[in-house]
Design a binder for this molecule. Structure first.
Ligand code: GLU
Length: 431
């Protein structure tokens, strides 16, 4: 029961559209659920638009003495359920619409796992791989300064996302604290444990992906033990998920990073690949498998596919070529609405990002709580509580999927959008 309801005929009053623009896809997903819920048009209109969007252009002194101007964003989609929450992305491809989409997805994600936050996201247009640590530190400190009037422990709490790390979050915390004149650990999460970070935060997103995959596999009638897994992306989400899949007895046969992938039908040695990626900055130099492109990885003969790289990886162009029976979204937005539809029609079970990768923001919530209370938990407690919250959300979503005979993404959105809509209605409109 549950995941298999994905096979049922969905209600299709909204014609499926596909765009390369993530914000258009996010709006389309919202439209599908608004139609399903018969959402009040005024509320729908409110939810379409981010509440606040900040664009900043700021200078950074580069190592060669030149000055470069970088463009950054912070978008706060909705704060009806609490301060906004969401990561900061460093990417040469980001833009305002991408950050808008990511902020909206954070609103639903926080509501689906029922933590008291709205959604936000930040982005800086830069290529961190071509910058020195000194340059990245100066960029981080100046970007933090530029957005410091809209972030804060009670207003908007950043965290890591693609291209950013815990070290950078320590600089965000330090910069904000220098402005305030005292240490404010709760202004940002995903920090190193030495400066108020939470035990378990680094692994949380990947751990959550595996927890959701195990539940869904169970419903589909197979176990993680011996299951063949492909993971696209070897950043914080993909690398941790691959490691935990392997620890739980799955056979991780394909992994990739931005430079390419590796395939071994007998299973890859994930600890060795982690060591290789740490040493060389890529896993492609490792000899333990055959080279495989990122797009071929998506079509590999596996039971579970985890797209954990970036948006729009699985579209109308390749969704019919995916051979996995279970797709678990580690990244935000890797499957377009058209891909969702193809999976549905083909009976491929899809665990949506807003549920599957929510382990990260759940532990970010725990980090924020620990910082505010100056009382820190053991890792086992963090992991247990995260698993409880995530499983509760999973079962909530399955129940709605079964009740309404809809796919897991739409079911997740039914819960998320409903919770946000109710908060808006209960609070009433100001003035
Ligand atoms: N960037 C992560 C996400 O997309 C984590 C956000 C957070 O911890 O606030 O869920």
């Amino acid at each position: 029961m549950g995941v298999t309801t994905l096979l049922d005929e969905p209600r299709r009053s909204v014609a499926v559209r596909e765009s390369v623009n993530p914000y258009e896809n996010a709006l389309h997903q919202l439209e599908i659920v608004a139609d399903h819920l018969k959402l009040d048009p005024g509320l729908h209109e409110v939810l379409k638009h981010p509440q606040r969007e900040l664009t900043v252009n700021f200078p950074v002194k580069m190592d060669d003495g030149t000055t470069r101007v970088f463009k950054g964003y912070r978008v706060q989609h909705n704060v009806s359920r609490g301060p906004s929450k969401g990561g900061i992305r460093y990417s040469p491809k980001t833009d305002l619409d991408e950050v808008r989409a990511l902020a909206m997805w954070m609103t639903w994600k926080c509501a689906i796992v029922n933590i008291p936050f709205g959604g936000a996201k930040g982005g800086v247009l830069c290529d961190p791989r071509s910058m020195s640590m000194g340059e990245i530190e100066r960029l981080t400190r100046r970007y933090t300064t530029e957005i410091s009037h809209v972030i804060g422990p009670d207003t908007d709490i950043p965290a890591p996302d693609a291209g950013t790390t815990s070290d950078m979050m320590a600089w965000v915390m330090d910069t904000y604290s220098m402005h305030r004149g005292h240490t404010v650990p709760a202004v940002v999460t995903g920090k190193p444990v030495e400066v108020g970070g939470s035990e378990g935060r680094v692994d949380a997103t990947g751990r959550g992906v595996v927890i959701i995959a195990a539940q869904a596999a169970d419903v589909l009638g197979f176990s993680l033990k011996g299951a063949r897994v492909a993971v696209q992306g070897f950043g914080n989400v993909g690398s941790v998920a691959a490691r935990i899949f392997a620890e739980r007895g799955a056979k991780v046969v394909a992994v990739s990073d931005a430079y390419g992938g590796l395939y071994n039908p007998d299973g890859l040695d994930i600890p060795a690949l982690l060591a290789c990626a740490r040493k060389d900055g890529t896993l492609t130099t490792h000899s333990g498998g055959k080279p495989m492109s990122n797009s071929d990885l998506l079509e590999a003969d596996v039971d579970i596919l985890v797209p954990a790289a970036t948006e729009n990886q699985i579209t109308s162009q390749n969704a019919h070529l995916v051979r996995a029976k279970l797709v678990v979204e580690g990244a935000n937005g890797p499957c377009t609405p058209a891909a969702d539809r193809i999976f549905f029609d083909r009976g491929v079970a899809l665990m949506p990002d807003v549920l599957a990768n929510a382990g990260g923001v759940i532990v970010s919530y725990f980090e924020w709580v620990q910082d505010l209370q100056s009382f820190f938990w053991q890792e086992a407690e963090v992991n247990t509580r995260m698993e409880q919250m995530l499983l509760r959300a999973y079962h909530d979503v399955v129940n709605v999927a079964v009740r309404d005979e809809i796919d897991m993404r739409t079911a997740a959105y039914v819960i998320g959008v409903n919770r946000v809509a109710k908060a808006i209605l209960k609070r009433g409109m100001y003035p």
